[in-house]
Design a protein around this ligand. Structure first.
Ligand SMILES: [Mg+2]
Length: 351
């Protein structure tokens, strides 16, 4: 019978050792679809669904590069470390299935932190049908390092790549943009997400929302899958480094360019109400801010109405924000059609 993490209180990792920690994680993990042998042997054994190909992606989160202990509670850090990987599988239209988790752990990190991290990781796994099938732990002399590898699957003709966009396709995005980047600005300006709200509840709630979009992003797994199965889409990517940079990857790999209409970028009500208080150019933040983990995809203009109806039926917010061009380069244009001077740059995380 699985043993919950709560039932085994220890203060330090050294008290239970590497194997003790692994067995705690193994006890708390559930093995889902396609797992023949999970954690505990020299290698995991998995079987893909008949006719599907495998999609593999890996991502690393480093202390003081991608996260700070002062800002990131362990539970949400655990969730995010898997969420960003699920997002990459979603960006290909795939079904996330199996993940490995490797941790380099500083000696002074409490077991309580690791337990909460693991709980967060496994909650994200359970929400998206992902099985944790292995990993590694070792000591770190330079902060916590988290490395996750994820394997997904999909039928070959449904897999969506960055290279499929054509000139005159429309550029679409799911959800809203800039929320996580504004959440980061709020954290940099001293907003403490761990303190209970005291006054001005609406504003606090708005800030909580934006900060949670940074600390606990939602991977668009079902949206990615629905778009892949729809056959309406030509290329797709997830927005981890900002729309401008990430659509730039589609443009580069498809041999095209693009024009993005700033006035059409979808913004949350929380973003609209709080961005002005920080004297931030909203559209620039929405265009180049990172870590929203929404999807950007391209589709023929002729599919516009079908996509609107399809996304509505799926309950997914989607907005047409631009057009693919045959000239190279990605440009932003203002509401009046004038060019917007924005440098294409990746999101800088914390440094
Ligand atoms: Mg990606």
């Amino acid at each position: 019978m699985p043993i919950s993490l709560e039932e085994q209180p220890f203060k330090k990792l050294s008290a239970i050792g590497e194997f003790g920690f692994i067995s705690r994680i193994a006890s708390a993990s559930r093995q889902g679809a396609g797992v023949i042998t999970g954690i505990g042997d020299d290698a995991a054994v998995t079987v893909p669904s008949p006719g599907m190909q495998l999609l593999t992606s890996t991502d690393m989160l480093l202390e003081d590069v991608h996260f700070r202990h002062a800002w990131h509670d362990p539970y949400r850090l655990g969730r995010k470390s898997l969420a960003v990987n699920i997002s990459d599988i979603a960006a290909m239209g795939g079904i996330p299935r199996w993940a490995t988790l490797s941790l380099a752990i500083p000696a002074d990190l409490s077991l309580d932190f690791l337990d909460n991290f693991t709980r967060g990781f496994l909650s994200m796994a359970a929400e998206h049908g992902v099985s944790l099938i292995g990993g590694d732990t070792c000591a770190s002399r330079n902060g916590l390092a988290v490395s996750v590898t994820i394997i997904g699957e999909q039928f070959p003709d449904l897999i969506l790549r960055r290279s499929g966009a054509f000139p005159d396709d429309e550029i679409w995005v799911t959800g809203t943009l800039g929320d996580a980047a504004l959440g980061l600005k709020l954290m940099e300006n001293g907003f403490d997400s761990t303190q209970p709200p005291e006054s001005s509840l609406t504003k606090i709630e708005g800030r909580e929302y934006l900060v949670s979009r940074l600390l606990d992003p939602t991977p668009r797994r079902s949206a990615g899958l629905a778009l892949a199965e729809s056959g309406l889409v030509t290329a797709m990517i997830d927005i981890s480094d900002g729309l401008l940079a990430d659509f730039g990857h589609i443009a580069e790999q498809s041999g095209v360019g693009g024009v993005i209409r700033l006035a059409d970028l979808p913004l949350s009500s929380q973003f609209r109400s709080l961005a002005p208080s920080l004297s931030i150019d909203s559209s620039i933040l929405a265009l180049s801010g990172g870590e929203d983990y929404e999807l950007c995809y391209t589709a023929p203009k002729a599919n516009h109405e079908i996509i609107v109806a399809f996304m509505k039926k799926c309950g997914i917010e989607a907005a047409s924000v631009g057009i693919v061009t045959n000239l190279p380069g990605v440009k932003g244009v203002n509401g009046d059609g004038s060019p917007c001077d924005v440098q294409i740059q990746g999101f800088n995380h914390f440094i």
